[in-house]
Design a protein around this ligand. Sequence first.
Ligand code: GDP
Length: 454
Amino acid sequence: MSKTIAAIASGNAPGGIGVIRISGEDAIKIASLVFSPADGSSLLDLKGYRAKFGNIIIQGKKADNAVALVFRAPKSYTGEDVAELSIHGGMLALQNTLKAVFEAGAFPAQAGEFTKRAFLNGKIDLTQAESVAQIISAQGEAELRASFNALQGVLSNEINDVLEKLLDMSALMAAWVDYPDEEIPELSDTELEKTLEYAAGKLKKLLDNYDSGQTITCGVDTVIAGRPNAGKSSLMNMLSKTEKSIVTHIEGTTRDIVEDSVRLGDIVLHLKDTAGLRTSEDYVEAIGIEKAYKAIENAQLILAVFDSSQSLSKDDFDLIEKCRGKTAVAVINKTDLEAKMEIKAVEDAFESVVYISAKNNEGIEELSQKVNEVLGVADFDSNAPLLANLRQKQNCERAYESICEALNSVNMGMTFDAINVMIDSAADELLSLTGRKATTEVVNNIFSKFCVGK
Ligand code: GDP
């Protein structure tokens, strides 16, 4: 029997309402010691999925108004008895009530312990548990959609479909090898190949989508680069819709790197607005420029900004060179002014060019489209099953390799029991992926990354 746990489930900031969640065998009893229904009834008699209005009672005195919600095992998030107390969401009010809940017999929940219990009680599998953490941290629309799909079992269903086919085949092969005298129909090589190719195809598709998925879910480290006054800070402001970067007409004011995360269409850009790129005598500015070049080197995406109202300078040509072979979009700014720039030189150097006026907020849609194209996520389907992290990818990769090995072995005419070893090893990886066979270490590691209360 596991102990009853409690935590603030609504986060660590004040809000209109705050929720304390209690889960475990004594959850409802403990809730009834700190909450008194206004109608004089007892929480102990309340059926699952029911709520009562009443008061939080601390040391015999009413401390707050509250609504208590009761879930009865196994029909709850964790699969255990759960009580949730919704009170006014001030941090002191929440902490006082939580303290009273602990004094009534609950233990502090560890990070992710509610979701871990949901997993251990078979309510969700590991990929679904991981999607819960992702939903909480999601910043972009596509990430949120993809995580919610995973919670609904889109990835689990895909993996389980492949797994069932492998397990059925493995069982048939084992039976045929182990009971040669029984009348078990022999599996033909063609049938075997067909199943293995089906499994390999499905896993390969998941692996192929992984990088786009990561771009969508983790965001993209992006550098805004360009010579002073090209409009980098204005572009950053246009993207972040705040006045975070200092915009001025005196060259060289952005001396260090300014950072911000913004949503551009479906994806999140982790932006770095860098010092203007030019040869400088100023010591501090030179350090900033050095940093800017480093940031360009390491960026996943460069937004190279050019001022269309000026001729290209040596600094512009230097930037063009720095961007060669990199994932970059040339952002030609100040289209509201008369064009003086040699546009062809930029169009020849960059695969992707977009025209904007940061001043007039024009061109953001086009920029979004170009960014999606260069990042290879323009056709990303956030409803398709998606591997969410490296752990899932590695399991999938190893399963795929074992299946490819099995396919080769069929072609080489190896025996069924030898091939079956490879199929079993692929199945093991898929069982680890969804958590049906994951080690305690893997499970603990996953839930340690959650926040307390989830
Ligand atoms: P940075 O040095 O590259 O960061 O350039 P800023 O964003 O500070 O912009 C330099 C100057 O150009 C400022 O006076 C801006 O108001 C102006 N500017 C920026 N974008 C545009 C634009 O699209 N059109 C016009 N006309 N001026 C712009």
